[in-house]
Design a binder for this molecule. Sequence first.
Ligand code: 13P
Length: 246
Amino acid sequence: MAPRKLAAGNWKMNGTLAALAEIDRLLADHPQPGCDVLLCPPATLVHAAAARAGHIAIGGQDCHAQASGAHTGDIAAAQLVDAGASHVIIGHSERRSDHGETDIQVAAKAVAAHQAGLVAVICVGETEAQRDAGQTLDVISAQLAGSVPEGATAGNTVIAYEPVWAIGTGRTPTSDQIAEVHALMRQRLSDRFADGGDVALLYGGSVKPGNAAEIFAIPHVNGALVGGASLKAQDFGPIIAALSAA
Ligand SMILES: O=C(CO)COP(=O)(O)O
């Protein structure tokens, strides 16, 4: 089995019911994409999105490590499943920075996601200061070791490399820099898991229609986790097409 190609969109805290029309446009424009397509809308839209998403998978943007209980404002993995989600983003850098999530917490959330039957899209990435200090590979290694739980398989886990300094900035690493990190991630996963060679590895951070094809040509890049350019079908569509052609 080779890693599956996945074009994933993270809508973050954007969109109301009206935004679901973008899903209809994507379905119309890409009736048979040559890759898996995932959209992660805000929690308020997961159920409605899943009801009309057809072949597009729907995911949450976070889940709690506990299965239920007194955790006001949080969402359990099983509740995402109940709403129609098949995936959940875990450990996005905005969760790590806004909510102080640690690798240990991220791993616990991934375990909860797996137990509920969700695919966990686990995010890692260095800050600009860490890259400038030459720490990128050490940071990514440590995040992978700490955030990816023992039960991870190619079927229940996707890893997204998102350099913090590339998110929403219009800046991207060079192809060589992305290749270096993705090769490291493939090696670390292969060392640790029997099917680590088959875990899909996504790049995320200012992926746009104009740079998608170049990024998808990089070894061990199996797709993208797209923020801003996933909000509109006219932007996300060409990214889906580029991955399908890669
Ligand atoms: O954080 C991201 C996806 O999770 C990337 O966001 P942008 O594509 O807007 O840079």
